[in-house]
Ligand binder design. Structure first.
Ligand SMILES: *[C@@H]1O[C@H](CO)[C@@H](O)[C@H](O)[C@H]1NC(C)=O
Ligand SMILES: *[C@@H]1O[C@H](CO)[C@@H](O)[C@H](O)[C@H]1NC(C)=O
Ligand SMILES: *[C@@H]1O[C@H](CO)[C@@H](O)[C@H](O)[C@H]1NC(C)=O
Ligand SMILES: *[C@@H]1O[C@H](CO)[C@@H](O)[C@H](O)[C@H]1NC(C)=O
Ligand SMILES: *[C@@H]1O[C@H](CO)[C@@H](O)[C@H](O)[C@H]1NC(C)=O
Ligand SMILES: *[C@@H]1O[C@H](CO)[C@@H](O)[C@H](O)[C@H]1NC(C)=O
Ligand SMILES: *[C@@H]1O[C@H](CO)[C@@H](O)[C@H](O)[C@H]1NC(C)=O
Ligand SMILES: *[C@@H]1O[C@H](CO)[C@@H](O)[C@H](O)[C@H]1NC(C)=O
Ligand SMILES: *[C@@H]1O[C@H](CO)[C@@H](O)[C@H](O)[C@H]1NC(C)=O
Ligand SMILES: *[C@@H]1O[C@H](CO)[C@@H](O)[C@H](O)[C@H]1NC(C)=O
Length: 506
């Protein structure tokens, strides 16, 4: 009896193992194309930033990208709940139209399996929306709320979705606080919103080593760690891999001695990443700024360069009175934090759909009395929103914003931004070489210091690049961030920029 049972169990076990093997096979075999497609899309997105003049962030000096947030929005738009053109979306996502829903369902499951918290929501003003089957697979919530007559409920609901999906980091960060009615107006029919959150512990903790100069113009808190790391160094690039405790997750920091711009540095990295013979294990001391940054970006011009050029901000010049649906830009807020023990990231992406929207109503933004402040000359020059509209996309935007900030920021060192001392600066110039050898008390050791512009990638071994960041000037970034907190004028301007990032302006 016993032996019979054992035999039966054995057979069942064999069948079970066979099935598991089949499952494993189907997830690792040819079914992985969706991951290749996603990687292609993510790489294009970063490389196309160089082709556009769009202001890609609200605070200059630091870029943060979450390609998945943008890809899944395109996958939602592709379902055509509203009749917006999907021309170019399949090509941009490196796939076929009929496969988008399936591939993004697989991708979404993969992200969830790999410990990312994701949410998808669609807001509709009218209850007559037909729910596409893909939304069931995407686990997308549909919420019917008319912004025009259920204003308070809508605002609470929208913000609470962002809040709960990003652990509070992006609450009120991407939605204008005072001017939010300027983005949800009578012509707005609905919106798509998604969030992503991840927190992990470093395999090897860092220690805080106090303030150090970054790129000659700022003094910022740095972290340091020592150990045996995977490293690459070529004439063009130095990179080091730091592991997260979750298996198969890592952050790669990299920089170039020749100060390549974001897309070129990324391209250079992809080249060396593919060539395993360039990498080696080395005992190394690594120093990085303790990045704790929140920023907002908008995407639609880069997507147009990828062929999605009839979806966003379409205006019929021949007949501006014609009625049609048009998608507003994709706005994305990201929070990225590296602490001694943890890595934490939160992201929210959203886009509105409007019914005929050639008249951009940025000009009728009301001026809240409280936001006038005599100490600052910014508003005395009439905060013409035409100006803002013009500047958001102009090449001079960053310079002007920089000047505004300089004028409005008290001259004392603010939150770690200021000129480093002479000795600090000369110290910095010697660390410009990539990996250097330092000799202390007869013992030599190697060191890689990220104290000049650099990029980093948060990678998952199954998915590939999940999150991408680039620092060009922490001084500019810190000044802009601090100005928002210290000056009501800048808080107000920041609100105006948030409006601009949700709308088709220039
Ligand atoms: C969708 O929009 C296109 C282009 O504006 C138009 O030709 C088509 O008739 C619309 N379809 C529906 C079902 O409204
Ligand atoms: C939903 O209802 C609104 C208002 O009645 C109407 O304008 C819109 O065309 C309807 N949409 C669909 C898809 O039927
Ligand atoms: C708001 O307007 C919509 C139609 O646009 C209607 O269905 C809904 O009942 C209204 N809600 C309230 C609270 O008046
Ligand atoms: C928006 O809709 C509300 C209510 O339907 C109406 O009172 C208001 O005049 C409209 N505003 C514009 C700019 O059309
Ligand atoms: C370094 O970068 C330059 C310019 O992008 C390129 O021409 C060269 O081939 C690169 N060198 C290596 C070793 O990759
Ligand atoms: C990898 O790098 C080595 C060393 O620079 C080089 O000789 C080799 O050609 C590279 N392989 C590929 C596939 O680029
Ligand atoms: C790193 O240092 C440890 C301890 O000194 C040593 O055992 C190990 O071999 C070193 N690794 C490399 C790659 O040099
Ligand atoms: C990072 O910034 C957030 C605000 O965005 C703040 O709440 C948090 O305390 C900061 N973390 C550290 C380690 O300073
Ligand atoms: C849209 O993109 C396609 C493919 O890249 C291109 O052939 C076409 O000329 C573009 N159209 C416009 C209006 O830019
Ligand atoms: C723009 O409007 C004109 C006139 O109504 C129409 O013939 C043309 O097809 C429209 N173009 C687009 C891209 O919808």
């Amino acid at each position: 009896m016993k032996t019979f049972s054992k035999g039966k169990v054995g057979v069942l076990f064999t069948v079970f193992v066979a099935q598991v093997l089949l499952l494993v096979d189907s997830t690792n075999g040819a079914g992985d194309e969706y991951l290749e497609h996603f990687r292609g899309f993510a790489n294009d997105l970063i490389s196309k930033t160089k082709d556009t003049t769009e202001a890609t962030e609200t605070k200059p000096g630091l870029h943060l990208f979450n390609p998945f947030g943008i890809g899944i929005l395109l996958a939602h738009i592709n379902e055509q709940v509203w009749n917006v053109s999907t021309v170019g979306i399949p090509e941009a996502l490196h796939t076929q139209k009929k496969l988008i829903a399936k591939e993004y369902t697989q991708l979404l499951r993969q992200f969830r399996r790999r410990q990312f918290r994701i949410s998808n929501t669609v807001y509709s003003r009218f209850a007559n929306l037909t729910r596409p089957m893909a939304f069931d697979q995407f686990l997308t919530h549909i919420i019917n709320l008319d912004f025009t007559n259920q204003t308070a409920e809508f605002f609470d609901s929208f913000n609470s979705f962002i809040d709960s999906g990003t652990k509070g980091y992006l609450n009120n960060e991407i939605v204008p606080k005072l001017l939010w009615r300027k983005i949800f107006e009578n012509t707005t029919m609905g919106s798509y919103l998604n969030t992503l959150y991840y927190k992990g512990s470093w395999e090897q903790p860092w220690s805080n080593i106090g303030d150090k100069p970054f790129n000659y113009d700022s003094l910022v808190p740095f972290l340091e760690t020592r150990g045996e790391f995977k490293v690459v160094e070529t004439a063009n690039i130095s990179a080091v891999v730091l592991n997260i405790q979750d298996p198969g997750k890592e952050v790669i920091f990299f920089k170039s001695a020749s100060f390549l711009d974001t897309p070129r540095l990324h391209e250079e990295f992809l080249k060396v990443q593919a060539n395993q013979s360039l990498w080696s294990m080395q005992n190394l001391t690594v120093q990085v700024p303790a990045i704790n940054a929140t920023n907002m970006a908008r995407h639609h011009l880069g997507l147009a360069h990828m062929g999605v050029n009839q979806t966003f901000c379409l205006i019929n010049i021949t007949d501006p009175q014609e009625f049609y649906y048009t998608q507003q830009p994709i706005t994305q807020g990201n929070h990225f934090e590296i602490s001694a023990t943890h890595l934490e990231l939160a992201s929210a992406s959203g886009t509105l759909v409007n019914y005929q929207s050639d008249d951009v109503n940025i000009n009728d933004l009301e001026f809240a009395e409280d936001y006038y402040d005599d100490d600052y000359d910014v508003l005395e020059t009439e905060p013409e929103l035409d100006d803002i509209e013009e500047h958001v996309n102009s090449r001079q935007f960053k310079n002007q914003e920089r000047q505004r900030i300089r004028r409005a920021t008290p001259s004392k060192l603010l939150g770690g931004c200021g000129r480093p001392s002479e000795t600090g600066a000369s110290k910095l110039s010697t660390t410009q070489n990539q990996i250097r050898t330092i000799t202390k008390q007869g013992k030599s050791s190697k060191m890689l210091v990220f104290d000049t512009p650099f990029s980093w990638i948060f990678r998952d071994e199954e998915i590939g690049e999940v999150f991408y960041g680039h620092v060009s000037s922490l001084c500019q970034f810190n000044k802009a961030s601090n100005a928002i907190f210290t000056s009501p004028t800048h808080a107000w301007l920041h609100d105006v920029f948030k409006v601009a990032f949700w709308k088709c302006i220039a």
